[in-house]
Every structure is written in C-alpha cells, then in structure tokens.
Write a protein that binds this ligand. Structure first.
Ligand code: C2E
Ligand code: MG
Ligand code: MG
Length: 719
C-alpha cells in the first residue's frame, strides 16, 4: 500500500480512536457523581469547562456557571471559606502539588453543601498560574455522618468521663487497658494515671479473695459475660470495699477475644446495710447474742457435724428464775442490765466452740458441741448455776437470780431441732418444779409428765368456764380451849364424772399460766359466802382462811379485789384471813410489806403460810402486820423420828410470841405431835388428827356437833 494510502488509513483509524476516547470520557464524566471542571484563576474562578455533574452538585446548569453567565463559582463558595480556599490553592500551586480541600458551597436551592475539590494547577508558557483542572464532589452526607460520629463519640466520652460507675476494659490476663476516672476514684486513686501505674495484676492487687479473677474468667468463658459479680476489693490505702461488676467479652470480626469491658459499682454501703440487717435478724439487740433464727441454723449445723463425726451434742435450755419479778418490780432498765450480765456469764462458762443463744425474755439456749462425758457436762452446768447465782450489782444494789436448766442430748433425746429443744424445755420445767437453781436431764418419763401438765392447763380453761371447782374446809383448833377457832378453805377440782383433783396437781399449773388470778377470785368470793353461811347456820364466828398464791399476791389490784369481795359478800373483814406464803416476798420486800399493810387496813386477818420452808423472812417478820404464823407440816410430820425439829418448832413459836403473833401448827396427824406442840406453847393446830378438810356440809355438821357437846378432847372425823 502506498504511503499516502497507509497514512490515510492510519489517520482515519486514529481519528476514530480519538473519537471513541472522547465519547468514553464524556460518558464517564456524565456518569460521575460530581463535577469535572476547568476554571481560570481569576477573582470569579471563571468556569471554562464543567461536566454534567454541575447540575446535581450546585443546582445550576452548566450554562449558568460557564463563563459566569448567571453565577460565579466564587459566589457559590461560602463567604467564610473563600479566603482560605484561595490561599490553600495558591500554596499548592506554588509547590507544584495537587490540592484537595473540603469546603462549603450554597446550592441553588439555598442549602449549604459540603464539597471536596481535588485538582491541579495549570500554568501558561510564561509559567504563570492560569487555570485549575479538577473534580468537585458532594460530600455533605459523608460530612454529616462524620459529624454524627464525632458527636456520638463526644457523648460517649462524656458519659465515660463523668459516669459515677467505674468503666473499664481489661485484658484476659488481668491488666487494665482503659478505664474512667470513676474507677480510679472508687479504688481510691488520685487519678486514672495513678491507678494505671499502680495496678499490673488485677487478681493480686485488686481482689481480696484469692481465685476471684479466675471465677470471673470462668463465668466469661461460660456465658460471655458476668452479671452482678460481687467481690471485695482493696482500695489504694488498703481499705477493703465491696463492689459489683457487670461485664462482657469484646471480640473482633473473626471472633477473637480482644478484651473484657465492664462497669464497677461501689456497693459497700448496701453491703454494710445488708450485713446490719442480717445481724439484726439473727442477733438479739440487747445482749448481742445469736437469736432464735440463728439457733435453728446453728443447731442444724451442729447436728450434721455430730452425724458426720459420731459425736454428741447437748442442748441446754436456761431460764432465769424470778427474773420477771425483778423486771416488773425494778423496771426494765434493771432487767436489761441483768440479762446482759447473765448473757456474759453464760458465755464465760462455755468453750469457744459452744454457742449461747437468747431465745427471748429470760430464756437462753446453750449448744455444747462434742460432748464426751456426761460428767463434763455436769461440771459445766454446775459452773453455770454458780456463775448465775453470784450477786449482780446494778445501780449500787445487789440482785441475785438463779437459773433452771434443762438438758437434751443429740441424738439420744431427739433427732430434729424442734424435738430436741422441746425436750430440753421439758427438762427445764422439771428443774423449775424441783425448786429451781438446778439442772435436769431429759427423760422419757418427763415427757409424760409434761403431757399431763399440758392437758391440765387445757382442761383448766374449761374448769373455770364450767365452774368445776368446790371448796373444802379444814378446821383449826385452839389448843387452850379445844374449840374450833378457824377454818381453811381448800380448793378442789371436780371434773364431771371424774375423781376429785387435788390442788397440788393444778394450782402450780394455774400459777404458771396466770389462770390462778381468776381461780383465786372465785375462791375468795365463795369462801366469804360460805363463811357468812356458816355463821348464819351455826352461830359460830371465826375467820375463814383463804390461800393467796404468790402470783395473786403480786397482782396489782389484789387489794382492790379483796375490797370488792368484802363488799359483794358483805362479810365482816375480821372473818376473812388471807394465807400468804413466804415465797411471795422473795423479791420485792418493800412491795410485799406495803401490800400487807394495805390488806390489813381493810380489816382482814393475815397469816404466813408454810412458815420455815421459804426464804428466810425472819429479819422482816417484825415489819409484817400478820396475825398468824403457820408452821409448815414438814417440821411437824416427822416429829417422832426427827427430835431436832423440836428446837426449830420451839424457836418459831418463841419468835411468833415475841412478835405477838399466834402460831399455828399444820399437818398434825398424831396424838404425840399434838401433845408436843401443846407442850411447846403452840396456839392452834390444823391436821388430820383433828379433821381432814371437809365438804361445807360436813363442816357445818361438825360445828353443830361441837356446839352440842363442848369439845375438850380432839375428835377424829375423817372424810
Ligand atoms: P396449804 O395451804 O399448806 O394447805 C394445807 C394442806 O395440807 C392441804 O392440802 C391440807 O389438806 C393438807 N393437810 C392438812 N392437814 C394435814 C395432815 O395432817 N397431814 C397431811 N399430810 N396433810 C395435811 P391440800 O388441800 O391438798 O392443799 C395443798 C396446797 O394447795 C395448800 O397448802 C395450798 O398451798 C394450795 N391450795 C389449796 N387451796 C388453795 C386455794 O384456794 N388457792 C391457792 N392459791 N392455793 C390453794
Ligand atoms: Mg394454806
Ligand atoms: Mg400450809
């Protein structure tokens, strides 16, 4: 092919190529999200070329912008940005570099748009900056999301910095990666730097309990998080506080564990409060001893321990004798102090491993573990009795209380806490019955006795409602005249269709349960009525004696009760005699004497019953406005076999006479006893030798018979 042909072919294909390229570029440019431009570097940034993207970018058509026909690019640019843009472009041009800058333009619709312009400077042949060529794209959306991200970051940083909770990130190995000021504050460090510098191993330097971090990691491995993880931690100064943590694992996209992230809250105050609540729930506020709630737990624990090591455990029920009396008469302040002292004494008598519990009131329970020999237990109990009975000085006064103890042994006397405690309680009750200030071991027979007692208590309630009581009367005889000079009303209980029940069986129960008050009132009224009846029917005038139990005596309104009974029955007060036992005076002598005087002021007669058996009242006797001393039958009953009693009887008679008080001998059963007492100068006698207690009718018959034949010698009437 000739050259001209070749060149023609070549130039036409080149031309096609060039045309294709131009078309391709134009297609490309028109599809670009943005505007390709060429502008002059003049005060307007006069556009000499803009691509189709101009419309979308600025809201103006290419024609509007080209050669500043409608608007200049300078005008489009936000005023605030104009100067620095020009400076920036000039600087880039001078250094021959490409430039890239973000700034704002005003869109034709009035909205502000962020744009990113990147381009190069074009120089003329003289090397002068002439034009720019480049690309401008709308980055408003990108800028907005950047802004949002920044704001979010700022917000979270602020939360992180200002949170009250500690926030942290730690490596699985136990080092801090990051944490907020609150964490440093909670742990007592001056600053985050201070904490970061100080702590290189969380387990050993933060957690108090060994293995706590391992526990945390194990939970993380299991659940990927820890919830309400409570732990004790050291503060910088060594103090220990309680914290709770909530944390979770943070992993990368491939699932690799990066770190743990979590929060820490100081819960020391709550813990302290919880501990306080728990302490209050399980301890007695007065003595600080464990209470009933704690006893249940401890007892159960001790029982398990016994089962495992084949040991024995003793449960001792301790009840202070006469405490209620002191508490009621001396006030709670004295009672409280007494309890505190007794609690201390009980504790001091036991080993470290034993437990003293205050059940409430004056009741304590001792748990004695690892009991080897009963003798050891006996020694401990003796120690306790002695410790309790030691005088206790409160407000400058000495108080003496004793205690009664009942003991149950595990597993012999009960297999569960309730039974064991119940049995120890029964044994304690037995100790009370045996005169207090002693200890008793539980026995199955005792259980039986207790069951009977409970039955009596239950049936007594109905007895009061159904008036199942009646009175028997035992005469008293004047030694000088041989005539009946008085009678004692003695209560009997007659449940329908059953044999009579002796007061010995039910009075102590009634005394303990308080039923005695109601029963006592019944006796008073009925004895007075009978006394009036006896006088009317026989013309005999002498006092009817009524027994007043210690509890009745302590009753605040006893004097008023007696007064109202006198009024109701219309009895002449001198024909009512009240028999009071020495045990009524045990605690509050002042109150005892005052009550005697108040009663005496009503005009009734007073007698001290069972004299000689109670606590020595010799010293006070001179202050008692009493008319009779009734020598207890123990001194009379064995006169034949125990001649030494003669001395006691003589002393009591002399004492009574010395104080101008008549002396009555109770329980006179034989002629020998009667003769001896008469020889000793005793004033009156009461006993089976003369007459057993009689029904009211038999007593009236006896009085009538006496009236008929003046009695000079004792007669033996038995019912
Ligand atoms: P107490 O007041 O010392 O009454 C005397 C007790 O001795 C009576 O027993 C009587 O039957 C008994 N007794 C009398 N002579 C003899 C005797 O020669 N030999 C013997 N072995 N015993 C004799 P009782 O009736 O069984 O009463 C026992 C106790 O019950 C009384 O002792 C008294 O403390 C109490 N009691 C009886 N009735 C009442 C009452 O109405 N109220 C109160 N609070 N207690 C009462
Ligand atoms: Mg009596
Ligand atoms: Mg008596």
């Amino acid at each position: 092919m000739p050259y001209s042909d070749i060149s023609q072919v070549f130039s036409s294909s080149l031309q096609k190529l060039l045309q294709d390229r131009e078309r391709m570029l134009s297609t490309l440019m028109s599809n670009l999200k943005g505007m390709v431009y060429c502008c002059l570097v003049d005060q307007h940034w006069t556009m000499v070329f803009v691509s189709e993207g101009c419309q979308a970018l600025t809201g103006y058509s290419a024609d509007d912008l080209l050669f500043n026909r409608r608007i200049t690019y300078e005008e489009l640019t936000l005023e605030d940005d104009r100067i620095w843009i020009r400076e920036h472009i000039n600087a880039a041009a001078l250094s021959g570099e490409q430039f890239e800058l973000d700034y704002r333009i005003t869109h034709a619709n009035g909205s502000i748009r962020w744009v990113r312009e990147s381009g190069v400077a074009l120089f003329n042949e003289q090397g002068e900056l002439e034009a720019l060529e480049g690309f401008i794209q709308d980055i408003t959306a990108h800028k907005q999301s950047e802004q949002l991200a920044r704001e979010a970051e700022e917000r979270y940083r602020s939360i992180f910095e200002n949170a009250i909770e500690g926030i942290y990130q730690t490596t699985p190995a136990g080092q801090y990666l990051n944490f907020n000021p609150a964490l440093a504050r909670i742990y007592g460090y001056d600053s985050t730097d201070d904490l970061m510098r100080a702590i290189s191993d969380i387990q050993t330097q933060i957690y108090v309990e060994p293995g706590k971090r391992a526990e945390y990691i194990a939970m993380m491995q299991c659940d990927g998080r820890v919830l309400n993880f409570e732990a004790q931690v050291y503060r910088k100064n060594g103090d220990i506080i309680w914290i709770t943590e909530n944390a979770h694992e943070v992993r990368d996209l491939n699932g690799n564990l990066l770190f743990y992230e979590g929060t820490v809250e100081d819960i020391s105050e709550r813990k302290q409060y919880e501990q306080q609540i728990e302490y209050q729930a399980t301890h007695d506020t007065l003595t600080g001893l464990p209470n009933r709630t704690m006893l249940a737990d401890r007892l159960q624990q001790c029982m398990h321990f016994c089962d495992r090591y084949a040991n024995k455990l003793a449960v001792a029920f301790v009840d202070l004798d006469q405490f209620k009396l002191i508490n009621d008469s001396m006030g709670h302040h004295v009672g409280d102090q007494l309890l505190v002292t007794m609690a201390e004494r009980l504790g001091a008598c036991l080993r470290e491993s034993d437990t003293v519990v205050r059940l409430g009131g004056d009741e304590f329970v001792l748990l004695l573990t690892n009991v080897q020999k009963i003798e050891d237990l006996t020694h401990t109990m003796q120690r306790i009795l002695a410790a309790v009975v030691t005088p206790c000085m409160i407000d400058g006064r000495d108080f003496v209380v004793s205690c009664s103890i009942g003991i149950g042994i595990y597993p012999d006397d009960g297999h569960d806490p309730n039974t064991l405690l119940k049995h120890a309680d029964s044994a304690m009750y037995k100790a009370k019955q045996l005169g207090r200030n002693n200890f008793q071991f539980f026995t199955p027979e005792l259980n039986q006795a207790l069951t009977t007692r409970i039955k009596i208590e239950y049936r007594l309630r109905h007895a009061i409602e159904n008036e199942e009581f009646l009175l028997h009367f035992q005469p008293k005889v004047d030694f000088a005249t041989g005539a009946i000079c008085g009678t004692e009303a003695l209560i009997r209980w007659q449940p329908p269709g059953e044999p009579l029940i002796s007061p010995m069986s039910f009075i102590p129960v009634a005394e303990e349960t308080g039923q005695i008050e109601e029963i006592g009132r019944w006796v008073l009224i009925n004895a007075c009525r009978k006394a009036c009846e006896f006088q009317q029917r026989t013309g005999c005038k002498f006092p009817v004696a009524v027994n007043v139990s210690p509890r009745q005596f302590r009753q605040l309104d006893l004097v008023n009760t007696v007064k109202s009974v006198l009024q109701i029955t219309g009895i002449d007060p001198q024909y009512l005699e009240l028999e009071i036992t020495e045990s009524s005076l045990v605690h509050d002598t002042r109150h005892f004497i005052q009550t005697l005087h108040d009663l005496k002021a009503l005009g009734v007669k007073l007698a001290i019953d069972d004299f000689g058996t109670g606590y020595s009242s010799m010293a006070y006797l001179k202050d008692f406005p009493v008319d009779r001393l009734k020598i207890d039958k123990v001194f009379v009953g064995n006169l034949e076999t125990e001649p030494t009693n003669v001395a006691i009887l003589k002393a009591i008679i002399a004492l009574g006479h010395g104080l101008n008080i008549k002396v009555v001998a109770e329980g006179v059963e034989t002629a020998y006893q009667q003769q001896s007492l008469q020889d000793m100068g005793c004033d009156e006698l009461q006993g089976y030798y003369f007459s057993k207690p009689l029904t009211a009718e038999s007593f009236v018959a006896l009085l009538k018979q006496q009236d008929a034949e003046l009695i000079t010698a004792p007669i033996g009437i038995y019912v």
